[in-house]
Design a binder for this molecule. Structure first.
Ligand code: PLP
Length: 432
C-alpha cells in the first residue's frame, strides 16, 4: 500500500544542473531543502491533492504551492476559466471588468477592506502597505513580530521567519541600516512588549503589522485577547493595525483571520489564495486611507502586470469555488483529523511534539511546547524534523521542507488521503 523506496534519479540530475544556472538551483530559497537535508524533488505536474515528480512518483501534497492551492491543484473550473480568458489575451495594462469583479469579491469578503489595490505578489502588497502606513500617519517607525514574514522588502528583513530563519541569517547583507532602523520588533503574543515599545516611541509609530495567525515560524495561533489588545493599543496611540493575511486570507475563513477572530484591522494585505495559483497580491482597507494611493492620492505605487486578466480570472474562480456551502467545515474537519492524528502518533511513538490547526492551516513542532512565539518554536528538534520530512517524502508525502513552515490542506484532500498520511507518519515516527 505504501511505497517505501522511491527512485529520484531524474530529479537529482535536473537539480544538479540547476545549481549551475540559478543561485542554489532554485527561484526561492526554501525550495532547496537546505534545512531538512537531502535533495528536493523536481515537479512535473500537479492535480488535486497530488503532485508528480519527473521520475513519475506520486505524492500527497501539504504545501499547496505555499498556500494558493486551497481548491486543490489545477481545479478543472479554474483551468477552464483560464482557457477562456487566455483567448482574449494575456495582459492588458489597462482597466478590465475582471478587476472590478475580484475587487468586489474581496471587499465583500474581508471586513476591513473598503477599497483594494492589486499587485503581483505578497511582497509587493506589504511594500505598498508600508509606504501607505507611513504616509497616512506621517510617522516612520513600525512594529513587527519576531518570526513573522512580510515579504523580502528591506524594512521587514528583521527577525523575518522561515526563509531567513531556516538559513540561519538573522538579517540579510545588502539591507542598509537605515532601512531597518525604523523597524521595532516584539515577541508574538506579548502585548506588554508592544505596550513598552509604544511608550518608548510616543507619536513615532506608524503602525503594527503582523500575521494574525503565524505561518512563517511554523503554525502559531494568537492567544486569546492578543489581537484585541493590539487593536486597542493602536487606537490609543493613533497608529494603524495591519493584518498581513497573505497566507491566512480566504484560508482561516473566507474573510480571513479578521473574520474568524472578529478583530478588524485598518489595512490588510492579501496574496496566495486570491491569485488561485497565478501571481497576485493585494492591499486594502479603510477608504480614507486607501484614497491616498496614486492616482487618487499622492502615495505612489504602480505595476505593469498588476490586475493581470489571467491572474484576476484564476482568483475570481477560486473565490467562487470557496463560496460553496460546507467548504470551510470540510477543511476544518479533515485538517483537524490530520493535526490531531499527527500529535497522537507522536505521543504513542514517544516524541515530544505540539501543534495544531485552524481551518486549512496546520503545524507540528518537535518540542513539548506550548509554542506561543518564535523563541518557543526555536526549541524544536530540527534535526528530527529533517529525518521526519525525509521519511515522509520517501513514502509519498510532501510536507513543507522546514520545521518553521505551516502546512496546508485543500478541499481536494480526501479522508482517505489523510488516513494514508497518518499511516505513513506512524511508520516514519516509529523509526525516527
Ligand atoms: C508568502 C507571504 C508573503 C510574501 O508573499 P510572496 O507572494 O511570496 O511575495 C508575505 N506575507 C506573508 C504572511 C506570507 O505568508
Amino acid at each position: 500500500m505504501v511505497n517505501t523506496t522511491i527512485k529520484t534519479t531524474k530529479s537529482q540530475e535536473v537539480f544538479a544542473a540547476a545549481q549551475n544556472l540559478m543561485p542554489g538551483g532554485v527561484s526561492s530559497p526554501v525550495r532547496a531543502f537546505k534545512s531538512v537535508g537531502g535533495q528536493p524533488i523536481v515537479f512535473d505536474r500537479v492535480k488535486g491533492a497530488y503532485i508528480w515528480d519527473i521520475d513519475g512518483n506520486q505524492y500527497i501534497d501539504y504545501v499547496g504551492t505555499w498556500g494558493p492551492a486551497i481548491c486543490g491543484h489545477a481545479h478543472p473550473e479554474v483551468i477552464a476559466a483560464l482557457h477562456e480568458a487566455l483567448e482574449k489575451g494575456t495582459s492588458f495594462g489597462a482597466p478590465s471588468v475582471l478587476e472590478n469583479v475580484l475587487a468586489e469579491m474581496v471587499i465583500d469578503a474581508v471586513p476591513s477592506i473598503e477599497m483594494v489595490r492589486f499587485v503581483n505578489s505578497g511582497t509587493e502588497a506589504c511594500m505598498g502597505v508600508l509606504r501607505l502606513m507611513r504616509a497616512f500617519t506621517k510617522r516612520d517607525k513600525i512594529i513587527k513580530f519576531e518570526g513573522c514574514y512580510h515579504g523580502h522588502a528591506d524594512t521587514f528583513l528583521v527577525k523575518a521567519g522561515s526563509g531567513v530563519a531556516t538559513l540561519g541569517l538573522p538579517d540579510s547583507p545588502g539591507v542598509p541600516k537605515a532601512a531597518t532602523s525604523t523597524t521595532l520588533t516584539a515577541p508574538f503574543n506579548d502585548l506588554e512588549s508592544v505596550k513598552a515599545l509604544f511608550e518608548e516611541n510616543r507619536d513615532e509609530i506608524a503602525g503594527v503589522i503582523l500575521e494574525p495567525v503565524v505561518g512563517n515560524a511554523g503554525f502559531i495561533a494568537p492567544d486569546a485577547g492578543f489581537l484585541e489588545g493590539l487593536r486597542e493599543l493602536t487606537h490609543e496611540h493613533g497608529a494603524l493595525l495591519v493584518f498581513d493575511e497573505v497566507m491566512t486570507g480566504f484560508r482561516i475563513a473566507y474573510g480571513g483571520a479578521q473574520e474568524k477572530f472578529g478583530v478588524t484591522p485598518d489595512l490588510t494585505t492579501l496574496g496566495k489564495v486570491i491569485g488561485g495559483g497565478l501571481p497576485v497580491g493585494a492591499y486594502g482597507g479603510r477608504r480614507d486611507i486607501m484614497s491616498m494611493v496614486a492616482p487618487a492620492g499622492p502615495v505612489y505605487q504602480a505595476g505593469t502586470l498588476s490586475g493581470n486578466p489571467l491572474a484576476m480570472t484564476a482568483g475570481i474562480k477560486t473565490l467562487e469555488l470557496l463560496q460553496k456551502p460546507g467548504t470551510y467545515d470540510y477543511l476544518e474537519r479533515i485538517t483537524k483529523k490530520l493535526a490531531d492524528g499527527l500529535l497522537q502518533i507522536a505521543k504513542e511513538t514517544g516524541h515530544a511534539a505540539c501543534g495544531g490547526q485552524i481551518s486549512a492551516m496546520f503545524g507540528l513542532f518537535f518540542t513539548s511546547g506550548p509554542v506561543h512565539n518564535y523563541e518557543d518554536a526555536k526549541k524544536s528538534d530540527t534535526a528530527k524534523f529533517g529525518r521526519f520530512h525525509r521519511g515522509m517524502l520517501e513514502r509519498g508525502i510532501y510536507l513543507a521542507p522546514s520545521q518553521f513552515e505551516a502546512g496546508f490542506t485543500s478541499f481536494a484532500h480526501t479522508e482517505e488521503d489523510i488516513e494514508q498520511t497518518l499511516a505513513v507518519a506512524r511508520d516514519v515516527m516509529s523509526s525516527l
